[in-house]
Design a protein around this ligand. Structure first.
Ligand SMILES: CC(C)(COP(=O)(O)OP(=O)(O)OC[C@H]1O[C@@H](n2cnc3c(N)ncnc32)[C@H](O)[C@@H]1OP(=O)(O)O)[C@@H](O)C(=O)NCCC(=O)NCCS
Length: 292
């Protein structure tokens, strides 16, 4: 511990930080694995590239929110966080397996939390890791169980979905307004990253407005002015799937998502916690794990 240094992350650190994160979350997945689940596998090159691109984006927008722990052997831990308007979000937090539980994570999270010290609200998506849950609770976050819908969509169950179109950069103001309603802050510069890497669907009618971003697994972030529009967008997103699909991060406040997912033939499991400070679980809203 003597030669441990906690310092701001630079773009040059991001590949090493990804390796730490990949190793730490592989262990979390192994630990959470149920008997019937397949053995967790390391991240694919595509997943690693996505992680690296997102983290570089955060180092650029929030250099004071992204930290590494380093010793003579290199990067052993990281915490990346960002501020959007009056909201602070934690994107990733990990320490190398074998180095965990020895006090490295604590100062890393303290440095990231300092970045959000003036923010009224805080948001993070926690794994089931005992150290993570304890640390977030101690930092004043309320923990709300998250659910996950996954499987292959029963295509005979998909209703006719109307009033949904492809979105573009021209929808950013609308999306930021919806985010402010749901979580008190727009995604701001994150839309540039999401528009570049994900597909966007929008519903904009006189009675309801909303949007959903889709990554390769399915809906990655969804916000709407009302449950009816949210359900319409989730159906539209599920209709786009061609293989196994996953809808993560569904909270108790979003029963409409269970109505759609279960009607679509997906399975329901539990999956970590949404940690919140100064706010209630957003709805109708399905948050992104890292960009919340
Ligand atoms: C979560 C994580 C980053 C914490 O880093 P760490 O270096 O292991 O944490 P620390 O040693 O600083 O301990 C953090 C807290 O956990 C407690 N703790 C340590 N070992 C523990 C254990 N086995 N069970 C429960 N709590 C434990 C510590 O006492 C400390 O609490 P305190 O600050 O109230 O004293 C790290 O364990 C990790 O990478 N876990 C896997 C990835 C993950 O789940 N990340 C969080 C994603 S949201």
């Amino acid at each position: 511990m003597d030669d441990l240094l906690i310092r701001p992350m630079t773009e040059d650190d991001v590949a090493a930080a990804e390796a730490v994160s990949g190793a730490a979350f592989l262990e979390v997945d192994r630990h959470a694995r149920r008997v019937a689940d397949p053995e967790p596998t390391p991240r694919t090159p595509a997943h690693r590239a996505t992680w690296i691109e997102r983290t570089r984006h955060l180092v650029r927008t929030d250099p004071a929110g992204c930290w590494v722990a380093e010793d003579a052997g290199g990067v052993v831990g990281l915490a990346t966080s960002f501020r959007r308007e009056t909201l602070w979000c934690l994107a990733t937090y990990a320490v190398l397996p074998g180095r965990q539980g020895r006090g490295i994570g604590r100062p890393l999270l303290a440095a990231a939390l300092h970045h959000g010290r003036a923010c009224l609200r805080g948001m993070l998506s926690s794994s089931t890791d005992a150290r993570a849950v304890r640390t977030y609770h101690r930092a004043g976050f309320e923990l709300h169980p998250q659910m996950r819908l996954s499987g292959t969509v029963d295509r005979t169950a998909i209703p006719v979905v109307e009033k949904v179109r492809d979105g573009s950069a021209g929808d950013v103001d609308l999306m930021d307004s919806l985010d402010r309603l749901a979580r008190g802050a727009g995604h701001g510069p994150d839309h540039e990253l999401m528009l570049r890497t994900w597909r966007l669907l929008v519903s904009d009618t006189p009675t309801g407005r909303g949007y959903v971003y889709l990554d390769h697994r399915g809906p990655a972030l969804l916000a709407a002015s009302d449950r009816r529009t949210a359900a319409r967008l989730l159906w539209a997103a599920l209709a786009e799937s061609t293989g196994p699909v996953g809808v993560g991060h569904v909270t108790d406040a979003n029963q409409w998502a269970l109505d759609v997912g279960l009607a679509a033939g997906l399975d329901l499991t539990q999956d970590g916690y949404l940690g919140l400070r100064g706010m209630k679980p957003p709805a109708p809203y399905v948050h992104s794990g890292a960009l919340l």
